[in-house]
Design a protein around this ligand. Structure first.
Ligand SMILES: Nc1ncnc2c1ncn2[C@@H]1O[C@H](COP(=O)(O)OP(=O)(O)O)[C@@H](O)[C@H]1O
Ligand SMILES: [Mg+2]
Length: 256
């Protein structure tokens, strides 16, 4: 179990999420939602040990960052940050193999290469393997960085807006793959999304952040009410139920 115990965060003097207590279970996909600038990225950075806590503790399986030290703590993570600007002169296959960096010896093993190729194949982007990373579109890069993070085979998987540049097909492919692997590998998965319908379809648990506090935590059908969404985003919405009984959100236009 990954546990936040009364955690408060700040950047300099600017307070972010305060008094956050959460228990996240392995095998569950958690989606973080909330308006721009509410501290979603900062929450992931704090969990990764990049942003010191103001107060409280984060523990995973009874170890804390302080117990393990940053380098051992981070070995448990796969982390795909938001808007990574990589102008590397490397091929796609090379970038994906870097996901195994901690395990790389002086030369690549056949196993490392096989794993990288298989990740590319599973995501339907094996045809990009020899292309230089800098020649790809934003969406293609996002899929490549997802393949890279899969190779880490972590215990805690964090993805910050991983579908922001993806077309519908690739959004669904990435989220289905993440959902299936979260179950199969028993990851604690945290994903930041802005698309509430995608969040409703794939989240086991939603983490709703706004105004420096946890606003709600639970399954989408319990959490996503029109009151909550309008309060968060100041946009009126209707909520319908889709064929699986999951909430489906329709934004409503307002007369100008
Ligand atoms: N390096 C930084 N220096 C100063 N302020 C920052 C920095 N990074 C983020 N912030 C501020 O912290 C707040 C939360 O940012 P962030 O966690 O990136 O929000 P989100 O991911 O929810 O959009 C924002 O108000 C942002 O402007
Ligand atoms: Mg962010």
């Amino acid at each position: 179990m990954l546990e936040f115990n009364n955690v408060s965060m700040a950047i300099g003097k600017h307070p972010l999420t305060q008094n956050l207590s959460l228990q996240l279970q392995p095998g569950q996909l958690h989606v973080i939602i909330g308006p721009n600038g509410t501290g979603k990225t900062s929450l992931l950075r704090a969990l990764f040990g990049e942003l010191p806590l103001q107060q409280g503790a984060i523990t995973f399986q009874d170890n804390s960052l302080v117990d393990l030290g940053a380098s051992q703590w981070r070995q448990q993570f796969g982390y795909m940050p938001q808007n990574t600007q990589l102008e590397l002169d490397l091929s796609v296959l090379e970038v994906v193999v870097l996901g195994r960096l901690q395990n790389l010896k002086l030369h690549l093993s056949d196993d490392d290469l096989r794993a990288a190729l298989s990740a590319l194949q599973n995501l339907g982007i094996a045809h990009l393997a020899d292309r230089p990373l800098h020649s790809l579109s934003g969406g293609q890069r996002q899929m490549v960085l997802f393949a890279q993070v899969l190779l880490r085979d972590p215990q805690i998987m964090m993805l910050d807006e991983p579908v922001s540049a993806l077309d519908l097909q690739h959004q669904m492919h990435l989220m289905e793959h993440l959902h299936q692997q979260t179950r199969a590998k028993n990851w604690v998965t945290l994903v930041v999304l802005h698309d509430l319908n995608l969040a409703a379809q794939f989240a086991d648990q939603l983490i709703v952040l706004a105004d420096g506090h946890l606003q709600a935590f639970g399954p989408p059908a319990d959490v996503l009410t029109s009151e909550l969404i309008t309060r968060l985003y100041q946009v009126p919405v209707d909520i319908h139920s889709d064929r699986d009984g999951l909430p489906y959100i329709r934004t409503l236009r307002q007369a100008c």
